[in-house]
Design a protein around this ligand. Structure first.
Ligand code: KG4
Ligand code: ZN
Length: 362
């Protein structure tokens, strides 16, 4: 089954063509980072406008790439069109959904609506020969700029959130730190790079992101499986104020690697700690990790150690599939039912969709 997937939930305009869930025939990602950099974060209206401009070219490029790679003879070989319908920015999601609907209807094939967080958890299987079902039950960890969730997967296609961040996502915490330190956007890769420059062991003690167990935001979740990163960001702000009186001056530029290494350590330890706890709650066969933050080398190392200690196999997404892409959308679609006729026409976006939720329930 050949699926053409479209992803426009945030600041990447992406299209990919995937055969049978894992064989990537093409994968095109246009990243809008440069457009959002002056604002220090993603501006939904700018993202939406850029998706409108770029989506025809990105789809055409994905089709051309699949044909020139010998994996596809033409659009007529596409069996279904998949698209992210949530979670994401409403004006951005709408562009992808409408493009996908138009394409599905014009080709006379089903439209498959995909949950973005669930798709991140499919990325470890892309370009492998692994059968997802044989790794179940699994624990999934989706860590990106928009989400930090621990998801229990008893069978492939069944998702239950067992832990999550109560405020900022891990990527958001990285992005806010870089902004506060005047390092630019997106913050994750910059903080990661700076942290690698620090060879010492004299880390600043930042809070490890533990929420208080009584907090209402837990909504029935176990506090020991949740994180809270807003306090970490405030601790960094206080540190910079106390140490430098506001912003880090150029004369103290040499302190940045130590600050970044300490801040990153707090995030990595929080994520590794909750993962270790989650792995004790059930006899999982595998730990699946996806999302932009899973590009972080220190996090990959820490999670690998946690999985090893728990005797569980870890499957990390290949670096090119960690950030937002459409191969994960087209890949997961192989396991999902499609919509046709009036149901396809009526499909709508679901901006606050969580893993395990179906359309119309969020
Ligand atoms: O998955 P993604 O591309 O988009 C969302 O769904 O949010 O993730 C983007 C996030 C950003 O917050 C970015 O700073 C973070 O991933 N990120 C990293 C690294 N590379 C990207 N965070 C930590 N270390 C990295 N190397
Ligand atoms: Zn994402």
């Amino acid at each position: 089954m050949v699926v053409l997937g479209i992803e426009t939930s945030c600041d990447e305009t992406a299209c990919a063509i995937v055969r049978d869930g894992v064989e990537v025939l093409s994968n095109v990602v246009y990243t809008q980072i440069k457009l959002h950099q002056p604002w220090g974060g993603v501006v939904p209206e700018i993202a939406s406008r850029a998706h409108v401009e770029k989506i025809p070219g990105v789809i055409a490029a994905a089709v051309d790439e699949a044909i020139s790679g010998g994996g596809l003879s033409g659009l007529s070989e596409v069996d279904a069109v998949a698209v992210t319908y949530g979670q994401g920015l409403a004006p951005a999601l709408i562009v992808g959904l409408h493009a996908a609907k138009g394409l599905a209807l014009s080709l006379g094939v089903p439209l498959i609506c995909i949950n973005h967080v669930e798709a991140h958890l499919h990325t470890p299987f892309l370009e492998t020969n692994l059968a997802p079902e044989s790794f179940m039950p699994a624990l999934g960890l989706a860590v990106s700029g928009g989400h930090t969730s621990w998801v229990s997967m008893p069978a492939y296609g069944t998702y239950e959130i067992i832990g999550q961040t109560l405020d900022d996502a891990a990527g958001e915490a990285f992005d806010k730190a870089a902004k506060l330190l005047g390092l630019g956007y997106p913050g994750g890769p910059i903080v990661d790079r700076e942290a690698r420059q620090y060879a010492g062991t004299d880390f600043i003690r930042f809070p490890k992101g533990s929420p208080r167990s009584g907090t209402a935001a837990l909504a029935g979740l176990d506090a020991s499986l949740c994180t809270s990163f807003s306090g970490l960001k405030t601790a960094l702000l206080n540190y910079v104020r106390t140490s430098y009186g506001g912003t880090v001056p150029a004369s103290a530029r040499g302190d940045i690697p130590r600050i970044c290494a300490s801040y990153q350590k707090a995030i990595v330890e929080a994520l590794a700690d909750r993962t270790a706890t989650a792995l004790t709650r059930h006899r999982y066969r595998a730990l699946l990790v996806g999302g932009g933050v899973s590009l972080n080398g220190a996090l990959r190392t820490a999670l690998t150690a946690v999985a090893e200690a728990a005797g569980v196999e870890i499957l990390l997404a290949k670096p090119k599939y960690c950030g937002d892409n459409a191969a994960m959308i087209a890949g997961l679609a192989y396991y999902r039912p499609g919509l046709t006729g009036d149901a396809a026409i009526a499909a709508d976006v679901c901006p606050s969709l969580e893993a395990g939720e179906a359309a119309g329930t969020s």
